[in-house]
Design a protein around this ligand. Structure first.
Ligand code: CP
Length: 336
């Protein structure tokens, strides 16, 4: 039982106990590149307590009573939006859910003016998804209200990165020395980028396995320049999968791709689909993850997606606990 779980059970069923959040430095959550290992461990420790709350019949505590949390999504979402909204409700916050298509942005209002309107309504935290890389960072520069990035273009998806590493840790324990393989459309993947930053202090080695046309020109140099020496690129899937402990195929993000980046879907499936035969190249018991949405039959076969190695549904479940922990910490950070 973690320190936090012990405090939680000592406090009974009512509320979350006070927790030292001394290592937490964030007013906003924009990416994992500025998260220390201590901060990630703190998120995980609090998420362990949230998992306990989520196992109760009545999944509700009054910790964020009186706070208001808004979601503003300019791109489609199932998992991220639903789990942030559930997380806020389980912690007792009031929620406002803005569909960007029906907001005043559709009438020509700028993103910043729309967000300032939410700030004027005394929203405590705004959770934003936007197709432009950097949109959440720009919002954070202009607003006093806390911003959580729920995915901005190809840049970052920090809560997804955290829930992925949390899911790995709960399944595998110590992650030191483990090998993670991320397959497919690395070029357009904010999830890949946030996993790369998030895993850098865990002793995990990350192998990126994209088709040569789906990795940004100069990515190797970028990896080197940022000191991310736990990451390398291998274009041949069978070679990448040797001794893998964690495998994460990614969806081809056609909405962000100019045409012509892959010769054909049929060829992509032949060379990059994670199927039962390919899975045999990994370590026995290797875990299969996918951030979703999945395009079953393209980057992953049905048998692998729903097989015994798959933690894909567990990722979604853990997403609620991780997002509860982030909302709790962001709120506590503001009250200091
Ligand atoms: N992983 C993820 O961001 O899924 P959604 O697009 O459904 O939120």
């Amino acid at each position: 039982m973690s320190l936090y779980e012990a405090k939680l059970s000592a406090a009974g069923q009512g509320t979350l106990p006070p927790l030292s959040i001394g290592s937490w430095q964030h007013k906003h959550v924009l990416d994992l590149d500025d998260f220390s290992r201590e901060e990630i461990d703190l998120v995980f420790e609090i998420a362990d307590g949230m998992v306990e709350i989520l196992a109760r019949d009545v999944k509700k505590v009054p910790t964020l009573r009186g706070k208001t949390i808004a979601t503003m999504f300019f791109e489609p979402s199932t998992r991220t939006r639903a789990s942030f909204e559930l997380a806020a409700k389980y912690l007792g916050a009031d929620t406002v859910s803005l569909d960007a298509v029906k907001s005043s942005v559709a009438k020509g209002e700028s993103l910043i003016d729309s967000l300032r309107t939410l700030q004027a309504l005394e929203i405590d935290t705004i959770i934003i998804r936007h197709p432009c890389s950097g949109a959440a960072c720009i919002a954070a520069q202009h607003l006093e209200t806390s911003i959580i990035n729920a995915g901005d273009g190809c840049h970052a998806h920090p809560s997804q990165g955290l829930l992925d590493i949390y899911t790995m840790k709960r399944q595998l324990g110590d992650l030191s020395g483990k090998k993670m393989v991320i397959i497919g459309d690395i070029m357009h993947s904010r999830v890949a980028r946030s996993n790369i930053w998030g895993t850098r202090t865990f002793g995990i080695s990350v192998v990126l396995c994209p088709p040569p046309t789906l990795v940004q020109h100069g990515m190797s140099e970028m990896i080197e320049r940022c000191g991310l020496n736990h990451v390398r690129i291998e274009h041949k899937l069978d070679a990448a999968l040797e001794d893998a402990d964690i495998i994460m195929p990614l969806r081809l993000q056609k909405e962000r791709q100019p045409s012509g980046l892959i010769p054909s879907i049929r060829e992509y499936i032949q060379q990059y689909q994670l199927n039962p035969k390919r899975l045999l190249r990994a370590r026995p018991g290797a875990i299969v993850m996918h951030p979703g949405p999945m395009n079953e039959g393209i980057e992953i076969s049905h048998d692998v997606a729903y097989g015994s190695n798959s933690l894909i549904e567990q990722q979604v479940t853990n997403g609620v606990a991780i997002r509860m922990a982030l909302l709790y910490l962001i709120s506590g950070g503001k009250n200091r």
